[in-house]
Design a binder for this molecule. Structure first.
Ligand code: FAD
Length: 439
């Protein structure tokens, strides 16, 4: 079938197999020459595409065990984050780390070693995995943990499915008292103020900024910064005390058609950004978890607003010391091109963990571009800026970077290659992305 990632670019005709039982899955691993795992297809580009065989794991979604005392969940890799929230939040448990959508699988989160708004305090999802079972290309299954096959464990977290197929994992959740978040919104007039607000928010569990990517001159880098803490029960209004995990149902809307390519243009993006910035209300509010963590999930198939040709998300991270200069150069170039997106996100990350995992201590910027020739040429220019400042790009968002530019960003690639060579010397696990990048 024709498959694509969330950005709908690129698309590829792939043979898809969806084994139901573990034995069937393991036999498939042993029998194939080339394959890649696929969760819920929320990576933006070509990391879950293999024309020879794409292994659909979404329906392998059983919960295996949950310990109410420790918060450790053991589940199959196809379990959706949305299912974890629905089942375990009412019991007072929340994922330790969450990306900006709940429509991702456990396996996909581990393979991308996803980070959330709390990375500066809590690290990436891999920091909260106790162990995982990995299916290898010879049909064997190995358990990996910090003290059991530690190198393979580290390479698999962030390894984008290139070390094997994660069959199941044990993840430690965090306790919460309510399904609500105390959110504070702050407005920053330029990049210096935005970065100062991140520094001032170090002790907050969650922080993230929406940045006006088309603001120029003295307004370059202006932003709304949101920071939050899980609300305690005594912070809720009296009507919610009795049911602290009950959240009003949110009516999801669906984008009904592909927007025409021309809907997203310099003018519409600039107007949206100006209005969004002006209407952001500084202040404090108690908001439900869905609004705080997953605002985009309220609009189903929002990826259609970029039109039929699809879009690419550009996410890079710059080392802390180089962040101010690098962000100034990136935002300046994007604003000059007038090519930015409705939602551009800035976040301060904590230290990373090496191998293929994306985070490093510094600022990460993420924004969308229509997949057309002009944008792709602009993104190559951005790659040069990122490389010149010692940064790197995120594989889970990538669909187009050149191999040489990618490699410059990841100093631990050799370490990753050594681990992979030991378990998959023939590079059976391969995606269009890994082939493009020579991984
Ligand atoms: C709206 C939106 C917001 C996002 N926000 C964030 C964010 O805040 N932070 C962040 O870090 N990411 C974010 N992402 C990216 C997303 O979290 C990752 O791409 C994640 O990997 C998607 O999971 P998936 O189940 O859809 O995996 P897929 O897209 O299907 O696959 C992604 C990768 O994981 C591998 N994989 C999947 N399942 C397995 C398995 N069982 N075993 C081995 N490998 C496997 C695939 O081979 C592929 O390389 C966001 C994505 C969207 C669409």
């Amino acid at each position: 079938m024709m498959l694509a990632g969330w950005g709908r670019y690129p698309r590829a005709e792939c043979r898809v197999v969806a084994p139901h039982e573990r034995d069937e899955l393991i036999a498939t691993l042993a029998a194939q020459n080339s394959l890649i795992a696929r969760g819920n297809g929320r990576a933006y580009g070509d990391s879950a595409l293999n024309p020879d065989l794409t292994l659909a794991l979404r329906h392998r979604d059983r919960f295996i065990a949950f310990d109410d005392a420790s918060g450790v969940l053991e589940a199959e890799a196809g379990v959706l984050l949305a299912d974890i929230l629905e089942s375990l939040m009412p019991r007072g448990w929340f994922p330790p780390v969450t990306p900006g959508t709940k429509f991702v699988t456990l396996g996909g989160m581990l393979a991308a070693d996803v980070h959330g708004k709390n990375h500066h305090k809590t690290g990436a999802i891999g920091d909260h995995v106790e162990s995982l079972d990995l299916g290898l290309g010879d049909g064997s299954v190995v358990r990996c943990a910090r003290d059991d096959n530690p190198a393979l464990f580290a390479a698999t977290l962030g390894g984008m499915g290139l070390t094997g197929v994660i069959l199941s994992a044990r993840l430690k959740l965090q306790p919460i008292e309510t399904a609500y978040v105390r959110e504070e919104t702050l407005r920053a007039r330029d990049l210096d103020e935005t970065m100062a607000l991140f520094e001032a928010s170090r002790d907050w569990t969650y922080s993230v900024a929406w940045i006006d990517c088309l603001a120029r001159g003295p307004a370059l880098g202006r932003a709304l910064l949101y920071r939050g803490e899980h609300a305690r029960r005594d912070e809720l209004s009296a009507d919610k005390h009795g049911a602290p995990f009950a959240v009003p149902a949110r009516r999801a809307r669906r984008v009904p058609v592909d927007f025409p390519g021309c809907a997203l243009n310099r003018w519409s993006v600039a107007v949206f950004n100006r209005i969004y910035y002006r209407h952001g209300r500084p202040g404090t509010a108690i908001v439900d978890y869905d609004r705080f963590f997953y605002p985009l999930d309220a609009i189903l198939e929002w990826n259609r607003i970029y039109g039929r040709r699809g879009f690419v998300q550009y996410q890079c991270v710059l080392p802390k010391d180089a962040s101010r200069a690098g962000l100034t150069a990136l935002l300046g170039r994007i604003a000059r091109a007038g090519a930015g997106s409705f939602l551009s996100v800035l976040k301060l990350l904590g230290p990373g963990r090496g191998m293929l995992s994306f985070p490093m201590k510094g600022y990460t910027l993420a924004l969308d571009f229509r997949a057309d020739a002009a944008s792709l040429a602009l993104l190559s220019e951005l790659d040069a800026i990122v490389a010149a400042h010692g940064g790197r790009i995120y594989l889970a968002k990538d669909a187009r970077i050149a191999a040489a530019d990618f490699r410059r960003g990841y100093g631990t690639l050799d370490e990753f290659a050594t681990v992979r060579q030991a378990v998959d010397p023939g590079h059976k696990f391969a995606s269009l992305q890994s082939l493009r990048l020579g991984l």
